[in-house]
Write a protein that binds this ligand. Sequence first.
Ligand SMILES: [Zn+2]
Length: 247
Amino acid sequence: MKIGIIGGTGFYEMKGEEIEIETKHGKILAYYFEKHDREIFFISRHGREHVPAHAVNYYGNMEAMKKIGVEAIIATSTVGSMRKEIKVGSFFIPYDFIDFTKRKSTFYDDVAIHVDMTFPFCPVIRKILIENSLKIGETKEGIYAVTEGPRLETKAEINMLRNFAHAVGMTLSPEVVLAKEAGICYASLCIVSNYASGMQEKLDAQEIKKVYEEKREDVMKIIDETISKIPESRECGCKNAPESGKL
Ligand SMILES: [Zn+2]
């Protein structure tokens, strides 16, 4: 099985052979290596130049994964916590999300395909991620609110969002939707890099950076264990999502 890793902020490259994949949305750079008898393709979400969340080539990244034949994706990102019990430096694994962005989120412009998002994430990979993450550090599950960025949220926005979600970030959508439309298993491992606006004195980008840099090795360990445990057979149903969504 080919497994994809989409690395968030702080994860720009992994050791491996550099390959370029042509897509309708431009050339995508991936790093290829083998691990636990699996073929792994790493794509840095923000690219080498680190473009901000709203400018990420989500379509190119996911099209590249599909083109390579990736069947399962582990995505990493950083989030802000909107709840005191979800601590800075801990891990957050979303089970659902609410999209507050203004981004287009479909591959299907010409055919009516309505993918079911009752369970946005692959249940099998999510379970493996949770088990491995708990072995390394404090891990909570919850709902991820996706905001447009690149600015951080206002206090009023956070006060509203925390009624519906547990953590806030900028990159989950459209990525998770495109994975579903592509029939690829997808789960997300987030590092809580800060408390959201109004919960800590001020939001300092350097502080946020320090947290994810400290967690980099832990994230690598969790990904490594997860790669070894993803089952070869896909009994989760993710691959049927586009077909089931056809009118
Ligand atoms: Zn799946």
